[in-house]
Write a protein that binds this ligand. Structure first.
Ligand SMILES: [Zn+2]
Length: 317
Protein backbone atom coordinates (compact mmCIF):
# COMPACT_ATOMS: atom_id res chain seq x y z
CA UNK A 1 0.00 0.00 0.00
CA UNK A 2 2.76 2.34 1.01
CA UNK A 3 4.69 1.41 -2.14
CA UNK A 4 1.63 2.07 -4.32
CA UNK A 5 1.30 5.49 -2.75
CA UNK A 6 4.96 6.21 -3.47
CA UNK A 7 4.63 5.06 -7.07
CA UNK A 8 1.57 7.29 -7.46
CA UNK A 9 3.50 10.30 -6.12
CA UNK A 10 6.39 9.60 -8.49
CA UNK A 11 3.93 9.14 -11.37
CA UNK A 12 2.14 12.43 -10.59
CA UNK A 13 5.46 14.21 -10.17
CA UNK A 14 6.53 12.91 -13.54
CA UNK A 15 3.32 14.19 -15.15
CA UNK A 16 3.82 17.57 -13.47
CA UNK A 17 7.47 17.70 -14.52
CA UNK A 18 6.62 16.70 -18.09
CA UNK A 19 3.87 19.31 -18.29
CA UNK A 20 6.09 22.09 -16.94
CA UNK A 21 8.89 21.02 -19.19
CA UNK A 22 6.74 20.82 -22.30
CA UNK A 23 5.11 24.16 -21.50
CA UNK A 24 8.52 25.72 -21.20
CA UNK A 25 9.64 24.25 -24.49
CA UNK A 26 6.55 25.36 -26.37
CA UNK A 27 6.90 28.91 -25.10
CA UNK A 28 8.02 31.16 -27.94
CA UNK A 29 9.43 34.58 -27.14
CA UNK A 30 10.90 37.34 -29.23
CA UNK A 31 12.40 40.71 -28.51
CA UNK A 32 12.19 43.45 -31.18
CA UNK A 33 15.03 45.84 -31.99
CA UNK A 34 15.05 48.59 -34.60
CA UNK A 35 18.34 49.82 -36.04
CA UNK A 36 19.48 53.04 -37.71
CA UNK A 37 17.21 55.43 -35.83
CA UNK A 38 15.96 58.09 -36.29
CA UNK A 39 15.23 56.53 -39.73
CA UNK A 40 16.92 55.21 -42.84
CA UNK A 41 15.95 55.76 -46.47
CA UNK A 42 17.74 56.06 -49.80
CA UNK A 43 15.17 58.16 -51.69
CA UNK A 44 12.84 59.53 -48.97
CA UNK A 45 15.12 61.55 -46.76
CA UNK A 46 12.72 64.34 -45.88
CA UNK A 47 12.00 64.40 -42.15
CA UNK A 48 8.25 64.02 -42.85
CA UNK A 49 8.97 60.42 -43.96
CA UNK A 50 11.02 59.92 -40.82
CA UNK A 51 8.08 61.06 -38.75
CA UNK A 52 5.75 58.71 -40.62
CA UNK A 53 8.15 55.79 -40.05
CA UNK A 54 8.59 56.43 -36.32
CA UNK A 55 4.89 57.16 -35.73
CA UNK A 56 3.85 54.01 -37.55
CA UNK A 57 6.31 51.82 -35.62
CA UNK A 58 5.39 53.35 -32.26
CA UNK A 59 1.68 53.03 -32.81
CA UNK A 60 2.06 49.32 -33.65
CA UNK A 61 4.44 48.69 -30.74
CA UNK A 62 1.93 50.28 -28.36
CA UNK A 63 -0.87 48.14 -29.78
CA UNK A 64 1.16 44.93 -29.39
CA UNK A 65 2.58 45.98 -26.02
CA UNK A 66 6.17 45.86 -27.29
CA UNK A 67 9.15 47.50 -25.58
CA UNK A 68 11.48 47.74 -28.56
CA UNK A 69 15.16 48.63 -28.49
CA UNK A 70 16.04 51.44 -30.91
CA UNK A 71 19.67 51.67 -32.03
CA UNK A 72 20.65 55.23 -32.94
CA UNK A 73 23.23 56.71 -35.31
CA UNK A 74 23.57 60.25 -33.98
CA UNK A 75 25.24 61.48 -37.22
CA UNK A 76 21.81 61.14 -38.86
CA UNK A 77 20.55 63.94 -36.61
CA UNK A 78 22.81 66.46 -38.31
CA UNK A 79 22.41 68.34 -41.58
CA UNK A 80 25.32 70.40 -42.91
CA UNK A 81 26.92 70.12 -39.48
CA UNK A 82 23.86 71.46 -37.62
CA UNK A 83 21.57 69.49 -35.35
CA UNK A 84 18.13 69.02 -36.91
CA UNK A 85 15.68 69.34 -34.01
CA UNK A 86 12.83 67.78 -36.00
CA UNK A 87 14.88 64.58 -36.12
CA UNK A 88 15.82 64.82 -32.45
CA UNK A 89 12.11 65.04 -31.60
CA UNK A 90 11.66 61.60 -33.21
CA UNK A 91 14.06 60.14 -30.65
CA UNK A 92 12.22 61.93 -27.83
CA UNK A 93 8.96 60.46 -29.11
CA UNK A 94 10.57 57.01 -29.15
CA UNK A 95 11.61 57.25 -25.51
CA UNK A 96 8.39 58.91 -24.38
CA UNK A 97 6.52 55.92 -25.82
CA UNK A 98 8.36 53.65 -23.37
CA UNK A 99 10.91 52.26 -25.83
CA UNK A 100 14.57 51.50 -25.09
CA UNK A 101 17.58 53.06 -26.76
CA UNK A 102 21.02 51.81 -27.82
CA UNK A 103 24.17 53.47 -29.10
CA UNK A 104 24.75 52.26 -32.69
CA UNK A 105 27.86 54.50 -33.02
CA UNK A 106 27.79 58.06 -34.30
CA UNK A 107 28.34 57.37 -37.98
CA UNK A 108 27.87 53.62 -38.57
CA UNK A 109 31.48 52.91 -39.51
CA UNK A 110 32.72 49.53 -40.66
CA UNK A 111 35.13 48.16 -38.04
CA UNK A 112 36.97 46.18 -40.74
CA UNK A 113 38.09 49.37 -42.47
CA UNK A 114 39.31 51.29 -39.41
CA UNK A 115 41.32 50.75 -36.23
CA UNK A 116 39.66 49.86 -32.93
CA UNK A 117 40.71 53.27 -31.62
CA UNK A 118 38.86 55.06 -34.45
CA UNK A 119 35.84 52.85 -33.91
CA UNK A 120 35.78 53.49 -30.17
CA UNK A 121 35.99 57.24 -30.84
CA UNK A 122 32.85 56.88 -32.94
CA UNK A 123 31.13 55.02 -30.08
CA UNK A 124 31.99 57.86 -27.68
CA UNK A 125 30.84 60.47 -30.21
CA UNK A 126 27.47 58.72 -30.29
CA UNK A 127 27.02 59.00 -26.53
CA UNK A 128 26.46 62.61 -25.51
CA UNK A 129 23.08 63.26 -27.18
CA UNK A 130 21.72 59.85 -26.14
CA UNK A 131 22.93 60.23 -22.58
CA UNK A 132 21.18 63.62 -22.31
CA UNK A 133 17.95 62.26 -23.78
CA UNK A 134 17.98 59.30 -21.40
CA UNK A 135 19.03 61.35 -18.37
CA UNK A 136 16.02 63.64 -18.89
CA UNK A 137 13.94 60.48 -18.44
CA UNK A 138 15.91 59.09 -15.47
CA UNK A 139 17.51 56.41 -17.61
CA UNK A 140 21.07 55.47 -18.45
CA UNK A 141 22.65 54.54 -21.75
CA UNK A 142 23.44 50.85 -21.41
CA UNK A 143 22.95 49.02 -24.73
CA UNK A 144 25.25 48.88 -27.72
CA UNK A 145 24.37 47.48 -31.15
CA UNK A 146 27.24 46.75 -33.58
CA UNK A 147 26.86 48.34 -37.02
CA UNK A 148 26.54 45.59 -39.70
CA UNK A 149 26.63 43.11 -36.75
CA UNK A 150 30.43 43.18 -37.07
CA UNK A 151 32.42 42.52 -33.88
CA UNK A 152 35.94 42.48 -35.36
CA UNK A 153 37.77 40.30 -37.86
CA UNK A 154 40.34 38.93 -35.41
CA UNK A 155 40.43 38.00 -31.74
CA UNK A 156 42.62 40.92 -30.72
CA UNK A 157 40.32 43.50 -32.31
CA UNK A 158 37.10 41.85 -31.09
CA UNK A 159 38.45 41.49 -27.54
CA UNK A 160 39.67 45.05 -27.30
CA UNK A 161 36.30 46.38 -28.55
CA UNK A 162 34.44 44.09 -26.17
CA UNK A 163 36.60 45.22 -23.22
CA UNK A 164 36.13 48.87 -24.18
CA UNK A 165 32.34 48.43 -24.27
CA UNK A 166 32.38 46.65 -20.91
CA UNK A 167 34.49 49.40 -19.32
CA UNK A 168 31.99 52.02 -20.49
CA UNK A 169 29.14 50.03 -18.96
CA UNK A 170 27.57 48.75 -22.16
CA UNK A 171 25.57 45.57 -22.68
CA UNK A 172 26.16 44.28 -26.22
CA UNK A 173 22.79 43.74 -27.91
CA UNK A 174 23.06 40.56 -30.02
CA UNK A 175 20.76 39.55 -32.87
CA UNK A 176 19.51 36.00 -33.43
CA UNK A 177 17.03 36.68 -36.24
CA UNK A 178 18.93 38.48 -38.97
CA UNK A 179 17.26 39.31 -42.29
CA UNK A 180 17.22 41.49 -45.42
CA UNK A 181 14.39 43.87 -44.47
CA UNK A 182 16.53 46.73 -45.85
CA UNK A 183 16.56 45.22 -49.36
CA UNK A 184 12.76 44.89 -49.35
CA UNK A 185 12.61 48.48 -48.17
CA UNK A 186 14.78 49.67 -51.02
CA UNK A 187 12.53 47.81 -53.49
CA UNK A 188 9.47 49.39 -51.85
CA UNK A 189 10.99 52.85 -52.25
CA UNK A 190 11.44 52.12 -55.97
CA UNK A 191 7.80 50.96 -56.21
CA UNK A 192 6.68 54.17 -54.51
CA UNK A 193 8.67 56.27 -56.98
CA UNK A 194 6.95 54.28 -59.78
CA UNK A 195 3.61 54.91 -58.03
CA UNK A 196 2.79 51.24 -58.59
CA UNK A 197 0.22 50.12 -55.98
CA UNK A 198 0.11 46.52 -57.24
CA UNK A 199 3.85 46.24 -56.84
CA UNK A 200 3.70 47.84 -53.38
CA UNK A 201 1.17 45.20 -52.23
CA UNK A 202 3.18 42.40 -53.79
CA UNK A 203 6.37 43.53 -52.02
CA UNK A 204 4.46 43.76 -48.72
CA UNK A 205 3.01 40.23 -49.07
CA UNK A 206 6.36 38.76 -50.07
CA UNK A 207 8.11 40.57 -47.22
CA UNK A 208 5.86 38.95 -44.61
CA UNK A 209 6.22 35.55 -46.31
CA UNK A 210 10.00 35.97 -46.37
CA UNK A 211 10.13 37.04 -42.71
CA UNK A 212 8.07 33.97 -41.74
CA UNK A 213 10.51 31.72 -43.63
CA UNK A 214 13.38 33.50 -41.84
CA UNK A 215 11.68 32.89 -38.49
CA UNK A 216 11.26 29.17 -39.24
CA UNK A 217 14.87 28.96 -40.38
CA UNK A 218 16.25 30.48 -37.16
CA UNK A 219 13.89 28.38 -35.03
CA UNK A 220 15.37 25.25 -36.59
CA UNK A 221 18.91 26.64 -36.22
CA UNK A 222 18.21 27.27 -32.53
CA UNK A 223 16.86 23.75 -32.00
CA UNK A 224 19.79 22.22 -33.92
CA UNK A 225 22.27 24.15 -31.78
CA UNK A 226 20.71 24.22 -28.31
CA UNK A 227 17.92 21.63 -28.44
CA UNK A 228 15.24 24.27 -27.81
CA UNK A 229 13.86 27.46 -29.30
CA UNK A 230 15.74 30.29 -27.57
CA UNK A 231 14.40 33.69 -26.55
CA UNK A 232 15.06 35.43 -29.87
CA UNK A 233 16.21 38.95 -30.64
CA UNK A 234 14.94 40.26 -33.98
CA UNK A 235 16.63 43.03 -35.93
CA UNK A 236 14.52 45.43 -38.01
CA UNK A 237 15.42 48.81 -39.45
CA UNK A 238 13.58 52.13 -39.09
CA UNK A 239 12.63 52.09 -42.77
CA UNK A 240 9.64 52.28 -45.11
CA UNK A 241 8.91 48.55 -45.41
CA UNK A 242 8.47 48.29 -41.65
CA UNK A 243 6.50 51.55 -41.47
CA UNK A 244 4.06 50.19 -44.08
CA UNK A 245 3.78 46.58 -42.93
CA UNK A 246 4.71 46.49 -39.24
CA UNK A 247 1.24 45.31 -38.13
CA UNK A 248 1.25 42.46 -40.66
CA UNK A 249 4.72 41.53 -39.49
CA UNK A 250 3.87 41.54 -35.79
CA UNK A 251 0.68 39.58 -36.46
CA UNK A 252 2.80 36.96 -38.22
CA UNK A 253 4.81 36.42 -34.99
CA UNK A 254 1.59 36.22 -32.95
CA UNK A 255 0.19 33.68 -35.44
CA UNK A 256 3.34 31.64 -34.84
CA UNK A 257 2.61 31.65 -31.07
CA UNK A 258 5.22 34.22 -30.11
CA UNK A 259 4.90 36.65 -27.22
CA UNK A 260 6.95 39.83 -27.20
CA UNK A 261 9.55 40.41 -24.51
CA UNK A 262 12.12 43.14 -23.79
CA UNK A 263 15.79 42.65 -24.60
CA UNK A 264 16.57 42.29 -20.88
CA UNK A 265 14.17 39.35 -20.67
CA UNK A 266 15.64 37.81 -23.82
CA UNK A 267 19.17 38.10 -22.41
CA UNK A 268 18.21 35.94 -19.40
CA UNK A 269 18.35 32.95 -21.78
CA UNK A 270 21.54 31.04 -21.02
CA UNK A 271 22.30 30.78 -24.76
CA UNK A 272 23.56 34.38 -24.66
CA UNK A 273 26.47 33.23 -22.52
CA UNK A 274 27.72 30.98 -25.31
CA UNK A 275 31.25 31.36 -26.61
CA UNK A 276 31.74 33.57 -29.68
CA UNK A 277 34.96 32.92 -31.61
CA UNK A 278 33.59 34.06 -34.94
CA UNK A 279 36.25 36.38 -36.35
CA UNK A 280 35.27 36.94 -39.95
CA UNK A 281 34.56 39.83 -42.25
CA UNK A 282 30.85 39.02 -42.04
CA UNK A 283 27.80 40.26 -40.17
CA UNK A 284 25.78 37.24 -39.10
CA UNK A 285 23.23 36.12 -36.52
CA UNK A 286 24.64 35.25 -33.10
CA UNK A 287 23.21 31.76 -33.68
CA UNK A 288 25.71 31.42 -36.50
CA UNK A 289 28.49 32.90 -34.38
CA UNK A 290 27.82 30.33 -31.65
CA UNK A 291 27.47 27.45 -34.14
CA UNK A 292 30.78 28.39 -35.73
CA UNK A 293 32.42 28.62 -32.29
CA UNK A 294 31.10 25.16 -31.39
CA UNK A 295 32.80 23.76 -34.49
CA UNK A 296 29.80 23.26 -36.76
CA UNK A 297 30.73 23.15 -40.45
CA UNK A 298 29.52 25.38 -43.28
CA UNK A 299 26.59 23.03 -44.02
CA UNK A 300 25.02 24.09 -40.71
CA UNK A 301 24.28 27.46 -42.30
CA UNK A 302 22.51 26.00 -45.37
CA UNK A 303 18.91 26.84 -46.15
CA UNK A 304 18.80 30.52 -45.22
CA UNK A 305 15.82 32.04 -47.10
CA UNK A 306 16.71 34.24 -50.06
CA UNK A 307 14.90 37.34 -51.28
CA UNK A 308 12.76 37.01 -54.45
CA UNK A 309 14.48 37.60 -57.80
CA UNK A 310 12.20 40.51 -58.77
CA UNK A 311 13.26 42.32 -55.56
CA UNK A 312 16.91 41.89 -56.57
CA UNK A 313 16.11 43.20 -60.06
CA UNK A 314 14.20 46.20 -58.69
CA UNK A 315 17.12 47.17 -56.45
CA UNK A 316 19.62 46.87 -59.30
CA UNK A 317 17.76 49.17 -61.72
ZN1 LIG B 1 22.85 49.74 -38.60
Amino acid sequence: MKLCYKIKIIFLSLIFFTECFSQDLSRKEISVSVDDLPYVSKYYNDVKYGKMIIDSLLSAFREFNIKALGAVNTSKLYELGRLNYSKLILLERWLDSGMLMANHTHSHKNIFTITVQEYCKDVIEGESILKDLLKDRNQKLKYFRHPYLFRGENKEKADSLSNFLKERGYIEAPVTIDNYDYLFSLALEKALIMDNDTLISRIGCDYIKYMEDVLKYYESQSIALFGYNIKHILILHANLINAYFIRNLLNMYVKNNYTFISIDEALTDICYQSKDDFYKNLGVSWLHRWAWSKGFGDDFFDGEPDIPEYIKALIKN
